[in-house]
Design a protein around this ligand. Structure first.
Ligand SMILES: *Cc1c(COP(=O)(O)O)cnc(C)c1O
Length: 351
């Protein structure tokens, strides 16, 4: 019987069982290897990366490569597309990806067809002749949920590659490879490592030829992670299911409370996960003040850690104009829900 994800997060990526063998993989700090082996040089592979790759691969259900950041992983995917290749992508998503896609589109590097992922038919219509469909679901920070089953099915029927950014849902909610996607990507920085102390990304694929091309992209773009960061990420991954379920339980409890708060006009929450986006009944400045008034929730960007974080997304000039000025993205951590609610209440009382 296949292990459950909660078990695999703990068992995968361990050294083989030998007497006095270490339970945990060591941090392999070396730039080169004695000749005659499979790795050869530190830009092509590292045993500590491999341990983390085995663990993420077990959860996502496909061979995995880790990168120096989530953006490095996404960039590796786009880097293997031919110049001018048509790509279908959401018109609202992680700001870094939007910046990258917009600049590729403007320079002619790629022909990006921006779509509304909530409008399934329009996404399918845009697929004609495309090389890749890049889906983020739920989107960051709008929390739009795409109909992945239908979209992946339609793309596969047309022979088009599909990549899914699974950072928000995580493999505990959905495993896009099992739905037919070619690539699943993570900002490992977020839930998988979970302690806001490391930046890393990953790509998983069941297509051996594609895996080889992505491996080459990592090797020759040089977008490799550090062995120590890989070790930290794997250490964090051991508790990923525990953290995720606790954060999700907190988030579900907070959604109900936020929805009836008089100073909040709209709460977005897909029903799962630990990210809530809500809109404050006030100006951008007042919303900013709320974020700056919390004592427990850190006013900081990023998400997916044990510590709760929030920010007004439009404080970043690169954030999409479609994201409301009053939108706060809250990444719910593992603190006690009463302490979180108390902090949110006090911060909202500042305006
Ligand atoms: C953070 C994030 C990224 C980028 O990952 P980095 O590790 O910051 O480079 C990509 N997609 C989503 C959905 C993210 O939240």
């Amino acid at each position: 019987m296949n292990q459950h994800p909660e078990t695999m997060a703990i068992t995968a990526g361990r050294p083989s069982l030998t007497p006095d063998g270490a339970l945990n993989p060591p941090v392999v700090l070396t730039s080169t290897f004695h000749a005659g082996g499979e790795i050869g040089y530190g830009r092509y592979g590292n045993q500590t990366w491999s341990a983390l790759e085995d663990a993420i691969g077990a959860l996502e259900g496909g061979p995995t490569l880790v990168f120096s950041s989530g953006m490095a992983a996404i960039s590796a995917v786009f880097s293997i597309l031919p110049v001018g290749a048509p790509v279908v992508a959401s018109n609202q998503g992680y700001s870094g990806v939007m910046v990258l896609l917009n600049s590729f589109h403007e320079s002619g590097r790629l022909e990006v067809r921006f779509v509304d992922v909530l409008d399934t038919q329009s996404v399918i219509d845009a697929m004609d002749g495309a090389a890749l469909v890049w889906l983020e679901s739920p989107t960051n920070p709008g929390l739009d949920v795409a109909d992945l089953t239908t979209l992946i099915g339609a793309a596969k029927k047309l022979g088009i590659g599909v990549g899914v950014d699974n950072t928000f849902a995580t493999p505990l909610v959905q495993t896009p490879l099992s739905m037919g996607a070619d690539i699943v990507m993570h900002s490992v920085t977020k839930f998988l490592s979970g302690h806001s102390d490391v930046l890393m990304g990953s790509l998983s694929t069941n297509d051996p030829a594609l895996l080889k091309r992505l491996h080459d992209a990592r090797s020759f773009n040089g977008s490799i992670p550090g062995p120590f960061e890989s070790w930290l990420a794997l250490r964090g991954l051991r508790t990923f299911p525990l953290r995720f379920y606790k954060s999700q339980e907190n988030a579900q409890g907070l959604v109900a409370k936020l929805g009836s708060h008089p100073k909040i006009t709209r709460v977005r929450y897909p029903g799962f996960g630990a990210i809530i986006s809500f809109e404050v009944d006030g100006t951008a400045e007042q919303t900013q003040k709320v974020c700056e008034s919390s004592k427990l929730i850190a006013h900081a960007t990023s998400l997916g850690g044990v510590e709760s974080l929030w920010e007004r997304r439009r404080r970043w000039p690169m954030e999409s104009a479609s994201v409301p000025e009053q939108l706060i993205r809250l990444s719910v951590g593992c603190e006690h829900i009463d302490d979180l609610w108390n902090d949110i209440n006090l911060a909202l009382a500042s305006i």
